[in-house]
Design a protein around this ligand. Structure first.
Ligand SMILES: Cc1cc2nc3c(=O)[nH]c(=O)nc-3n(C[C@H](O)[C@H](O)[C@H](O)COP(=O)(O)OP(=O)(O)OC[C@H]3O[C@@H](n4cnc5c(N)ncnc54)[C@H](O)[C@@H]3O)c2cc1C
Ligand code: HEM
Length: 400
C-alpha cells in the first residue's frame, strides 16, 4: 500500500500529469533508448513513430494515479499489460531501467515543480506498480512453464492468400511436438529481424482457428501505407519474406480476450476488417465444442471479397443451429437478411435474448467505441462488453 506520506503527492499530481503526460513519456522513451538502444528491439517502433505507445504509457500512469484509491478498476488494465509484457519477454531487471528514466522524465518536464517529496512519492508508487506487474508476470511465465524471452521456433506449413491484403499462416513446432494450449481469442507475438531498420521487431497476431489441431494459425493484414504514413514493418515482412518451410520466433499464447466457450448463455461476436481473426477462432471452437449455443455473428467489411475466412462462417452456420450471422458491406451490393449495405446497426439484431449475454468486439477503435455506445443505449451492462484493441489500449476511460 502507498504510504500516507506519499498519497497526497500522488493525488495532487493527477492534473499535473494530465497536462504533461505526453511530454513526460516522449522524453522518457528518448532518454531510455539513448541509454539502452538494445531496448528498441523490444518495443514496437511503429507505435513509437505514430504516437500510440507514448499515449498508452502516459495513460497507464494517469490511470494509476487516478485510481490510487480504487485498485479494482485497474485489475483488467493490469491483466492486459501483464499478458502483453509476457508475450514480448519483459524481465524483472527491465523495471529499474524504466523506473529511472520515468523519474528523470518527470523531473525534466516539471522542472522546479518536481520537488524531492513529489519524486519520492512517484518512486514509491512506481515500485508498487512494478512489483505488482513483476509478480503477476512471474506467475504467468510459470503457468506457461517458460523463461522470460524464450521463443518457440515454429515452421510455416501452409500459407494462404485470402484477400488482396490478407494472408493466413499455419504454424507447427519444428519437431512436431505438442504446442502450448491456447484459448480462443488469445494472440501470439511474432519476432522478426527487419534488416532495413537493423532491428528485431515484435508484433501480436490473434490466433484465428480453434485450438484443436496442434497448429497455430495467424491471419495477417498488410499495412500498405499511403502518402501520409509509411508501410507497416512486420506485416509487410511477413507477406514478403515467408514461405512454407520458413521458421518464425513465436511467443506462448497470451491475452485475456477469451470468452468462456462452454457457457450456455448467448454470445455476440462483433468485428470489422481484420478484427475478424479472434472471432473466427471463437466461432470455429463453439461450432465444434458447443454447437447448441445461441450465437450472433456480425461483421463489417468493404465487400464480400474482403472477408477473411468467409467459408468458415458458412461452415459454422451448418454446425451451430442457433447461429445468426449478418455481414455489413460499405460498398453497394444487393441486400438480404444476411448481407446488408451500410453501417452496422446493432439494434436490428440484439434481441432481448441476446441482450442478457456477453458481447465481444474487435476492430478499429472508432468502430468499437460506436458499437459499445449502441450496446449501452440498448441496455446492455458494461461488464458484459469485452474489447480487443489491435494496438496499445487507450486507458482514457479510467481517467475521471
Ligand atoms: C492483441 C493484438 C492482436 C492483433 N491481431 C492481429 C491480427 O490477427 N491480424 C493482423 O493483421 N493484425 C493484428 N494485430 C496488429 C499487429 O500486431 C500489427 O500492429 C500490425 O500488423 C501492423 O504492424 P506493422 O509492423 O506492419 O506496422 P508498424 O510498422 O507497426 O506501423 C503501424 C502503423 O503505424 C503507422 N506508422 C508507422 N510509422 C509512422 C510514422 N512515422 N508516422 C505516422 N504513422 C506511422 C504505419 O503506417 C502503420 O499504419 C494485433 C495487435 C494486437 C495488439
Ligand atoms: C510499472 C511499469 C510499467 C507500466 C505501467 C507499463 C505499461 C504498459 C502499457 C499500458 C502497455 C500497453 C499495453 C497494451 O497493449 O494495451 C505496455 C506495453 C509494453 N511494455 Fe510496459 N509498462 C511498464 C513496464 C515496462 C518495462 C519495465 C518494460 C521493458 C523495458 C516494458 C515494455 C513494454 C513493451 C515492449 C510493451 C509492448 C509495447 C509495444 O507494443 O510497443 N514495460 N506497457
Amino acid at each position: 500500500m502507498l504510504s500516507a506520506k506519499a498519497k497526497p503527492y500522488i493525488e495532487a499530481s493527477v492534473p499535473v500529469l494530465r497536462e504533461h503526460g505526453l511530454a513526460i513519456t516522449t522524453y522518457f522513451y528518448k532518454s531510455m533508448f539513448e541509454a539502452h538502444p538494445e531496448l528498441k528491439n523490444l518495443f514496437n517502433m511503429g507505435n513509437q513513430a505514430n504516437g500510440s505507445q507514448q499515449q498508452s504509457l502516459a495513460a497507464a500512469v494517469f490511470a494509476y494515479a487516478a485510481n490510487i484509491e480504487n485498485t479494482a478498476a485497474l485489475i483488467p488494465v493490469i491483466e492486459r499489460i501483464v499478458h502483453k509484457h509476457v508475450s514480448v519477454g519483459i524481465k524483472p531487471e527491465h523495471y529499474p531501467i524504466v523506473g529511472k528514466h520515468l523519474l528523470l522524465a518527470i523531473q525534466h518536464v516539471l522542472g522546479d515543480a518536481a520537488t524531492t517529496a513529489l519524486l519520492g512519492a512517484w518512486a514509491e508508487a512506481y515500485s508498487l506498480l512494478a512489483d505488482a506487474l513483476i509478480d503477476a508476470e512471474k506467475r504467468l511465465y510459470h503457468a506457461h512453464r517458460q523463461q522470460p524471452d524464450e521463443w518457440l521456433k515454429l515452421k510455416i506449413i501452409d500459407k494462404q492468400h485470402l484477400t488482396d491484403h490478407v494472408i493466413a499462416l499455419t504454424l507447427q513446432a519444428i519437431d512436431q511436438q505438442t504446442l502450448p494450449a491456447f484459448k480462443p481469442g488469445q494472440y501470439i507475438s511474432v519476432a522478426v529481424n527487419i534488416e532495413e531498420l537493423g532491428l528485431r521487431q515484435i508484433r501480436q497476431y490473434s490466433l484465428s482457428d480453434s485450438p484443436s489441431k496442434n497448429t497455430y494459425r495467424i491471419t495477417v493484414k498488410r499495412e500498405i501505407g499511403d502518402e501520409y504514413k509509411p508501410k507497416g514493418q512486420v506485416s509487410n515482412w511477413l507477406h514478403q519474406h515467408t514461405r512454407v518451410g520458413s521458421v518464425l520466433d513465436v511467443s506462448h499464447p497470451c491475452g485475456n480476450f477469451t470468452p468462456d466457450i462452454q457457457d450456455e448463455f448467448p454470445i455476440t461476436l462483433i468485428s470489422a476488417g481484420v478484427g475478424i481473426t479472434p472471432m473466427i477462432s471463437v466461432l470455429n471452437t463453439i461450432a465444434s465444442e458447443n454447437p447448441n449455443r445461441p450465437v450472433l455473428f456480425l461483421h463489417a467489411a468493404r465487400n464480400r471479397a474482403n472477408v477473411a475466412h468467409i467459408a468458415e462462417i458458412e461452415h459454422a452456420k451448418r454446425q451451430i443451429k442457433q447461429l445468426q450471422s449478418t455481414l455489413y458491406f460499405s460498398e453497394a451490393q444487393s441486400q438480404n437478411a444476411e448481407e446488408r449495405q451500410g453501417s452496422m446497426d446493432l439494434s436490428l439484431h440484439v434481441t432481448p435474448e441476446f441482450k442478457t449475454g456477453s458481447f465481444y468486439i474487435c476492430g478499429p477503435q472508432g468502430f468499437m467505441d460506436e458499437q459499445r455506445e449502441t450496446l449501452l443505449e440498448l441496455g446492455v451492462t458494461p461488464e458484459n462488453i469485452y474489447r480487443e484493441v489491435f494496438g496499445p489500449e487507450s486507458l482514457n476511460h479510467l481517467i475521471h
